[in-house]
Design a protein around this ligand. Sequence first.
Ligand SMILES: Cc1cc2nc3c(=O)[nH]c(=O)nc-3n(C[C@H](O)[C@H](O)[C@H](O)COP(=O)(O)OP(=O)(O)OC[C@H]3O[C@@H](n4cnc5c(N)ncnc54)[C@H](O)[C@@H]3O)c2cc1C
Length: 388
Amino acid sequence: MVDYAIIGGGIIGNAIARELSLRGAGEINVLEKENSLALHSSGRNSGVIHSGINQKPGSLKAKLCLSGSSMLRNYCAENKVPYEECGTIVIARNTEEKERLHRLHKMGEEAGVSGLRILSSKELVKREPYIIESTALLSPTGAIVDSKYLVRTIAKEAESRGVKYIFNCQVRDINDSSIITSLGSVKRPKHIINCAGLYADNVAQMMSEADDYMIVPFRGEYLEVNVPINSMVYQVPDFIHPFLGVHLTKTLEGKVLAGPNAMLSFGRESYAKEFNFNESIDMITKPHFWKMISKKSFIKTAYLNSKTSFSLGKFREEVESITNISITRIQPGRAGIRAQLVNKDGEMVDDFKIIYRNDATHILNAVSPGLTCSLAFASYVAGKILNE
Ligand SMILES: Cc1cc2nc3c(=O)[nH]c(=O)nc-3n(C[C@H](O)[C@H](O)[C@H](O)COP(=O)(O)OP(=O)(O)OC[C@H]3O[C@@H](n4cnc5c(N)ncnc54)[C@H](O)[C@@H]3O)c2cc1C
């Protein structure tokens, strides 16, 4: 009998598979609906290994981001996964932003992020000549990684320790004795670990869990721009929404991406803005959804993000508000979709949410910085499952 069936071959499912195999936990299968790994959030993100400055003190995210960041950088170095430690800069352009920047600085120090300091304007110009004159907080431990390569490396290691991968295997239902998949029924294992990302709520509900929650998909669209940068450059967060404002990140191939924005998506995998009728009906018939969209703060964010989603000119203006050169080359890049958990009061859940049962564990809201946290997250979850 299989001991663990992990549903979902993203970074979280793979990191947990690796961790359980390292701990000799028994027979492990990963069931993935696609024909390869990391086709969704885990392969469509900014690839940033966050330092942990902007996580709420005391949250699970804050705890796992700090340890996860150093675990992941060490893992990349040891396993030859391409990554670069380029540092992160957060800028503040006016008095109100400066107040938030100081709050961020304090939060980062309280969380234990090392090396944080405010740059003088001379230092900022030297480091980032194309970024607008501003007060800037430097977090030197920020890095970028090839996230698809990372997922495949982790999977290879898990496979070498006996984890079995079953592709094109969509989990459609789960009852007391079986998991019903697109490849047929299989005997229910001792423990199911639901790491289904954008569909984690649906999978949990197959086991009558998480009925009070729904996942709302938010598309993050990127643009490739001609702004030479040395570090990642962020606007100071508003501390209200889980989404960061448009920022600049580098890729390991030398591109500079602006984004992602955060646009309500009418389909959980609608990367090219396709309208998915069934998923949209399912979303808009839930009371959580209406409670969420009637909140004042949501309306403001939705308005700002729809401007950048529908108008290249507005996206360009957003980018130009943080740079001092005009954007002459701008082209749509890829998009990713965030699996944002919303509770029955219509509030977006900020922290990771994990439901533990004797025979199942459900990973809900594995949103950013899920990639950064992945190894620390897997160690934390495996410890709980195995009572270690
Ligand atoms: C635009 C964007 C930018 C981000 N940037 C960063 C960043 O820079 N740094 C960072 O740390 N984090 C970032 N994140 C967050 C990070 O990408 C996620 O936290 C992480 O990828 C979540 O991994 P996952 O394994 O839970 O989900 P996924 O990668 O979505 O994996 C879930 C898997 O489950 C499979 N699946 C779903 N339903 C079923 C089913 N019924 N049966 C079988 N298989 C199923 C899917 O096919 C998929 O492969 C970003 C996310 C987005 C969307």
